[in-house]
Design a protein around this ligand. Structure first.
Ligand code: GDP
Ligand code: IMO
Ligand code: MG
Length: 427
């Protein structure tokens, strides 16, 4: 067996898309297992840039089978737009498959996401407003609509009738919002279903067979460890399980199907949305990182909050996901910063802790304990091997590895596929 999970080890946007695209060159299939179009994965190949939200980043490799599995929530209009966007760019999506079990994001999910955020005021989560939370809520309430149901007009009619009746009551009575029109939703969604039908099947069979036949299966994560519904900075999280634990439920294979788990980690930390962030920088260095690293959201365009690398978080990600290797990204962004800081522990209520707290109330009280390292000035974006890196960059990488006990397999020094160093072959 040779399956590999690529997951975000921080708060998302670690560069999973870039790493997945790189590894997809060798993989035989790429499978997305959780989240929805809240994700934004940027891939750069040659002089082309692709922004993907739902379709696995392997799709840029011609003919590569790509699967959107059952753990994903699908906005059919967003998916059709993405298919069209790729086709217009000459990328074939013929090898795309969509799980018949995946849940559908409905227009009322998006409206409820917005209204709920509005009503939370200062306590808002800072969601992407793509309807992710409400769609997963319906899934667990067992009132959601699956792809297979969308494709059957009669079943879809019945399910939408019941769902919309309830949602319209919520919209009207709780939010004083106008009722949504059944016919409008029904007709447009039936149309979307017709256009997506060719891609839909029971993908759990495909994934199982790929694994059984010892094919190189690449599971592409979305979001990140600290956005996990259980282990993230709740309630400032997403509504799915982005970690390696989400792979089995999200695709339909058992845990023995997973061989390796690669954590993608930026050489510093970022987050979008609200919630505590111990190493956040509010000074010129934070601004420098944001500008140099182009830290603006792929999905919402929001400026990402930037801070120093936090080893407490990475250690936590190793523990929660069983990471077996690291892909360290955006090392180039730190070039030119004279003194670099790495957070190795927190001070909370006068005590020193090195385990990530389980509540945001505790996390909000944590003050980072930093170790300082000397930076480098040399342009590293052309480096092709570890030995070519400046000594201080090497020390920085070694320090990242030492703090979490897991070695880097990939070091990324630029957004392009070509700006990637492989320390150890993965597949
Ligand atoms: P994802 O959501 O984890 O796939 O990450 P995003 O694509 O949202 O954000 C990562 C951003 O950093 C994208 O704009 C990438 O093109 C870019 N990127 C990825 N790796 C590197 C790197 O090593 N250096 C630089 N400068 N940019 C990178
Ligand atoms: P990728 O795959 C970064 C964040 C949102 C918000 C919280 C909940 O590109 O790494 P949601 O819309 O999911 O209900 O929002 O989660 N969030 C992300 N942050 N990268 C992502 O995906 C994210 N997906 C959701 O900003 O704080
Ligand atoms: Mg992203």
């Amino acid at each position: 067996m040779s399956s590999l999970v690529v997951i975000g080890a921080q708060w998302g946007d670690e560069g999973k898309g870039k790493i997945t695209d790189y590894l997809a060159q060798q993989a035989e299939v790429v499978v997305r297992y959780s989240g929805g179009n809240n994700a934004g994965h940027t891939v750069e190949v040659g002089d082309k840039q692709y922004k993907l939200h739902l379709i696995p980043s392997g799709i840029i490799n011609p003919g590569k089978p790509c699967i959107i599995a059952n753990g994903v929530v699908i906005d059919p209009k967003a998916l059709l737009d993405e298919i069209e966007y790729l086709q217009n760019d000459g990328v074939s999506v013929d090898a795309l498959k969509i799980s018949s079990r995946a849940q559908v994001i409905m227009p009322y999910h998006k409206v409820l996401d917005e209204l709920s955020e509005e009503s939370l005021g200062d306590r808002k989560i800072g969601t992407t407003k793509k309807g992710i939370g409400p769609a997963y809520m319906d899934k667990t309430a067992r009132t959601g609509i699956r792809m297979s149901e969308l494709l059957d007009e009669k079943i879809f009619y019945g399910k939408l009738k019941i769902a919309l009746e309830e949602k319209n009551k919520v919209l009207e009575l709780i939010y004083n919002y106008p009722k949504m029109d059944f016919d409008e939703i029904f007709n447009s969604y039936v149309e979307y279903g017709k256009r997506l039908k060719q891609y839909v099947s029971d993908t759990s069979i495909d994934v199982y067979n790929y694994v059984k036949e010892d094919k190189k299966v690449l599971f592409e994560g979305a979001q990140g460890t600290l956005l996990d519904l259980d282990f993230g900075t709740y309630p400032y999280v997403t509504s799915s399980h982005p970690g390696s634990g989400g792979v089995c439920i999200g695709t339909g294979v058992g845990p023995t199907a997973i061989n390796e788990v690669m954590g993608v980690v930026k050489a510093y930390t970022t987050r979008v949305g609200e919630g505590p962030f111990p190493t956040e920088l509010f000074d010129q260095i934070g601004e420098y990182i944001r500008e140099t690293g182009r830290e603006f959201g792929t999905t919402t365009g929001r400026a990402r909050r930037c801070g120093w690398f936090d080893a407490v978080i990475l250690k936590f990600a190793v523990r929660i996901n069983g990471l077996t290797s690291l892909a360290i990204t955006k090392l180039d962004t730190l070039t030119g910063i004279e003194k670099l800081k790495i957070c190795t522990g927190y001070r909370m209520d006068g005590k020193i802790i090195d385990e990530f707290p389980s509540s945001i109330e505790e996390l909000a009280k944590c003050e980072p304990i930093f170790e300082e390292l000397t930076g480098w000035d040399e342009d590293i974006s052309m480096c092709k091997s570890f030995s070519e890196l400046p000594e201080n960059a090497k020390k920085y990488i070694r320090k990242m590895e030492d703090t979490c006990g897991v070695k880097a397999t990939i070091i990324s020094v630029g957004p392009n596929r070509s700006e990637t160093m492989i320390l150890n072959r993965v597949f």
